[in-house]
Design a protein around this ligand. Structure first.
Ligand SMILES: [Zn+2]
Length: 255
């Protein structure tokens, strides 16, 4: 089945822009800014603005707890990522690294361009109820505007060598995005060996919770050390939305 498409409706264009800026970031528009907890936390998002009602009423929301999946043939992933100097920022919600070198994800016959990756603590998406301390979301965009979020989940364990390279370069919040000359980073260094993955139809994980986003959750968790987790947690507050009901959605799995 063809993946759902993001239309050119103005709100969705805005959503796409928000996603590419880091899974939704507070704007200068009227009203309070959304948060991941407290008075303006996830339970309140749908009531905060009319254009955010999907956060409460949506039937295809992210993240989710994946407890079963149906095998899907021909759902192979291919990675054509390339190194680029780090363009990195800490916006107070997350640390984000932006790409514009044409790194691509092949999803079946569709090629999608890597826009950025960013970090979540805790991870958000769960596998059989397991909550992961960290996730990386790699966001891609197809020529038609289709958004694909590829999720890497991390457990506590051995130090992660890619994170060892990234963590010392992560800025504190409040600084403008900076390009670190001489700091080439290949995003494929983050990937697990196996391309086995789950796939489901989901949404942005922050207001306006726009649906029509393809989620690919890699099955093979990676590891990071307790010290690396502590370093990451010091950079921004917890930033995971609670898991959302599947509402009858079927998760598929591919190789
Ligand atoms: Zn995200």
């Amino acid at each position: 089945m063809a993946p759902p498409r993001i239309s050119s409706h103005p709100i969705l264009v805005w959503c796409g822009a928000a996603l590419l800026a880091g899974c939704g970031v507070a704007t200068a528009a009227t009203g309070p800014a959304w948060q991941y907890s407290g008075e303006y936390g996830p339970e309140q998002w749908a009531r905060m603005r009319p254009e955010w009602t999907l956060c409460g009423s949506g039937q295809r929301q992210s993240p989710v707890d994946i407890t079963s999946a149906q095998r899907q043939s021909g759902a192979m992933l291919g990675f054509h990522y390339r190194p680029e100097a780090l363009r990195i920022v800490n916006d107070g919600h997350t640390v984000r690294v932006r790409y514009r070198n044409g790194s691509r994800l092949l999803l079946g016959r569709e090629a999608l361009t890597l826009q950025q990756f960013h970090f979540h603590t805790p991870g958000g998406d769960r596998l059989n109820g397991e909550d992961f301390p960290v996730a990386v979301h790699l966001l891609h965009k197809g020529a038609s505007g289709q958004l694909v979020s590829l999720v890497l989940l991390f457990r506590l364990g051995e130090p992660n060598t890619a994170l060892s390279e990234l963590l010392p370069r992560m800025p504190t919040r409040g600084l403008p995005e900076q390009t670190l000359a001489g700091s080439l980073f290949d995003p494929s260094r983050l990937l697990p060996r196996s391309t086995a993955h789950y796939r489901y139809d989901g949404s942005l994980t922050a207001p306006p919770c726009t649906e029509g986003v393809v989620w690919l959750v890699m099955k093979q968790p990676l590891t990071l050390s307790a010290a690396q987790l502590a370093q990451l947690k010091a950079l921004f507050p917890p930033n995971a939305r609670p898991v959302q009901p599947l509402h009858g959605r079927v998760v598929s799995e591919g190789g």
